[in-house]
Each structure stands twice: as structure tokens, then as C-alpha cells.
Design a protein around this ligand. Sequence first.
Ligand code: PLP
Length: 384
Amino acid sequence: MEMLSKHVYLDNAATTPMDPKVIEAMNQVMMEVYGNPSATHALGRKAKGVIESARKSIASLIGAQSKEIIFTSGGTEADNLAIRCAVRDLGIRSIITSPIEHKAVLSTSQEMESDAVSVHLVRVDDKGRVDYAHLNELAEAHPHSLISLMHANNEIGTLLDYHQVAEIASANNCLFHSDTVQTMGHYPIHVADFKADFLTCSAHKFCGPKGIGFLYVNSNLRIKPMITGGGQERSLRAGTENITGIMGLQKAMELCWENMDEEIQQITALKNYMRDKLLQEVPGIDVNGETDTNGSLYTVLSVSLPPTDHNDLLLFQLDMAGVCASGGSACNSGAAKGSHVLEAIGHPTDRQTIRFSFGRFSTREEVDIAVSAVKKILSVEQPV
Ligand code: PLP
């Protein structure tokens, strides 16, 4: 791919390049399936068939029922749907979340705060790990809350112990929502194991298209639509369906599940290779977040560079060297604002953080180029 040969792309937590097989499947739908899925004629029925078969396939991959999958425009909408509907339709009067959630959860929760709805932030430590004793205290003090905690943090990669959260939620009659945007497609997520009421997915994080995702909603819950209009998505999300995107989401998920074990091994090895290389070759560099492999998302490596007098320029210099990485989260990259995640874990402000993130198409060669670029920027002597 020309794009990949020109740039070293280590920003897969922001978004991934699409898998050519996904593009192929989408192209076919674009060429052949143009009927409106709500139309009753043959072409409409064909389009409806594509959507329902995608729903069935996606649901079966995560062990859900088809009716538990609501297609959305991506992760942000799915997070909004879960949180807003929990408050509006399910009698939730308090939300327990963490200060390191994605803004789609944090801002939406804050937006819900009112005289009637309280928001409580669970403590996290300096590696972004949830304080489960505190979570328990909060849940006991506020039974029947919505607990919204992300499976993996998009900036530092720290993973949630969702079994503990599900137990605490169940003991206190709470609902459990998990933003699984960074983990869906990367781990064999199964709803019977996760025991969450809501799970959020976004296709562009695992080689699918942008602008499509879904919310898994446990079938015991009755929510109403956030977007009203026609009766699409069993009246839970109005608007003519993004059939091409849905096809892309299905294909991307199927490819992930087919190759998951090999991909986990391959990408974990790449992350470890880069981590070790940076730690060996760049004095003063530190890894952010959980360092234990099992507690950390294998696609994300966040590091703190040693302080320099040109911290602000480091990411820009990396960009000039042809290396795409991120300073904070995707949504914040390009914005001068500091990261709320790094602030919440007490990250020193005199050090620049760079998030390298890996995907299906990442290579050792790319890692080597990126590490050389970091050394050059920091003026670290090349070994003789
Ligand atoms: N949640 C997390 C953890 C994310 O990393 C992102 C994207 O960066 C989102 C939600 C938003 O997803 P989308 O881009 O599909 O709206």
C-alpha cells in the first residue's frame, strides 16, 4: 500500500488502515446492494438480508443474540446510547465511572449530572488501574448505579479486571457498561464471560471502516431510541442503515476472530520488541501504564521521554521524520490541550508522552525506523 510505504504508521489505537478484504466486501455491497433495507421489494429485502446476516454473524462471534446488537455510527454514539438510555429509560440515578475514560463516556456522564443524577469517579492509581475496593464502596453507597468502565485505556493501555467489576455490579444491583472500543476485535470477547449489560464497539479500531460500530445491549433491558424517526434497528436507532459500513464491520470482525491467536502473538512480540529496544537504547525513557503484559493492551505502548528543552516539538519532529504516533488520545492529538488521562494518573508534566500503537500491518522495520527517529530527535548517540 503506497500510504504504508511512505509513513511508519504506529498510531493504530487512533485508527487502523482498512484490511483489503474488508474493502473488497464493502465494494461488492456498494456495487450490488443499493436497495433501501426498509423497502418491501426484492432489492430492499436483499439489503435487509445483508444487514440481518451481518448482525447474526457479529452476535454469534461475541456469544450474543442478534437482537442484542444495535448498529451505530461508531464508539461515541454507542457510549452515548448506553449512558443516556440507562438514565432516561432504566431508572439510573447515579453513574460510577473513572477519570481516565474516553471523553465519549466522561463528557456524556458529566452531561447527565443534575439534581437527580450524581456522577462518582472511582480512584485509579499511577498506572491507571482501578481501585476495586473504592469501586465497591461507591457501588454500596449508590446501589443501582450505572458502572461505566473501559476495558482498556486508549492512551496508556491499562486493562480492566472486568470479572471483578461484574461481581461488584451484580452484588449492588448496578448495571455495567464497558467501552470495549480498544479491545473488541483484539480479544475473544464473549458476553457470557464479560457479564456486562452494555458493550461498545467501533469498527475502525480493527481494520474496518470509520463511522460504524454497535452497542451490545443485554436483552433483559428495555431501552428507547436516542435517534428517532423511522423504525430501523427494531425502532432503537432511526435512519437508513449504513449497509456498506455494516458489511465492513462484519467482515472486519470475522477476520479478527479467524486470526486472533496469531495476531495477539505477533503484535505482542512487536510491542515487547519496541519496549525493550527503547528501554535499552534511550536513557531515561519510561513506560506508562501497567507494565505487566497480562494487564496491558498488547496494541499500545505509551512512553515518557526524558525531559528536554523542546518537549512541545518532539511529536512534531517525529512526524517530520515520517513516523505517525500520538501524543495523547486520537481525539486530542492535534489539539494543544493536555491529556486528562495523563493528568489523572499524575504523569509528570515536564515529560512528553508518546503513544505508539500497533496493528495487523505493523512491522519490525517500522519499529526500527521509529526508534532511530526517537534517538535522533533526543540526540542519543547511535551505538558503535
Ligand atoms: N472509546 C474509546 C476508548 C476510543 O478509543 C474511541 C476512539 O478513539 C472512542 C470511544 C470513540 O469511537 P469512535 O471514533 O468510533 O466514535
